[in-house]
Design a protein around this ligand. Sequence first.
Ligand code: B1M
Length: 222
Amino acid sequence: MNGATLSSREDILARIHDCVLDGDPTGATEGTRAGLEADIEAMALVYESMVPALREVGRRFEAGEYFLPEMLMSANAMQACMDLVRPLLADSARKPIGTFVMGTVAGDIHDIGKNLCNAMLESTGFKVIDLGVNVPADAFVEAITAHEPDAVGMSAFLTTTMREIGRNIGAIEDAGLRDRVKILVGGALLDQAYADEVGADGYAPDANSAARLTKEVLGIDD
Ligand code: B1M
């Protein structure tokens, strides 16, 4: 990459956007490094270049212009950028203000958004226990028993996997644990109405609001 071509904030953001869209991890990470060196805030790199690029990938996939391999290559390019950005978001020095268990529901392997939420929750001061992807209901129940978290987050991205959230909440109720945790949900297709329908305590549209909402439902106002 020619550094001279990245002379402005706009150039850098556009470069990262285009490289994520093209599934080019080398160009995307070079752009991200250039952005960090130019003192562009980490969250701006994520939300003003990478996230819009993946939104466009989703649109192209839906329109039949991109197929699974292209979607995967774009996801990998974003993950490579996130590896550079994530350490800047975390603040491990603070005493935790609470414990958060997070997982992507059964049948679903989307984790970029979940990982971004984890980074924001950590930077807000939560200890995050990440159960990973394709997490069955009993694993959520076991994690609540084992870690006694203040809140549990469930991430779902497919029409077919959204319903797992309701199942998970049912399993948590059946185990007699519902009163012990706040349950928050998120993912591309969800909204507040869906959260209300399945009996969650809240819906967050993005990583910043996930962290803000968690503090709000737990009554933390530091
Ligand atoms: Co998939 N995929 N995908 N995919 N994918 C979507 C979700 C889709 C909307 C694309 C489309 O058609 N427009 C579509 C779902 C359609 C539907 O069901 N109605 C879809 C499909 C169909 C599929 C497959 C079925 C494709 C196939 O195999 N034919 C398949 C399913 C695999 C499976 O899970 N079983 C599949 C696979 C994949 C990849 C593996 C290639 C890859 C994921 C790689 C990975 O995550 N490691 C992928 C990708 C990249 C996408 C899109 C393009 C981008 C998702 C993303 O990472 N966005 C996506 C299109 C879209 O979302 N518009 C799409 C960036 C990320 C930062 O945003 O994920 O929204 P987001 O996360 C946000 C918020 O949602 C929120 O905060 C995050 C950060 O701001 N949030 C939470 C997320 N989780 C939260 C939890 C919380 C709170 C907030 O708890 C408190």
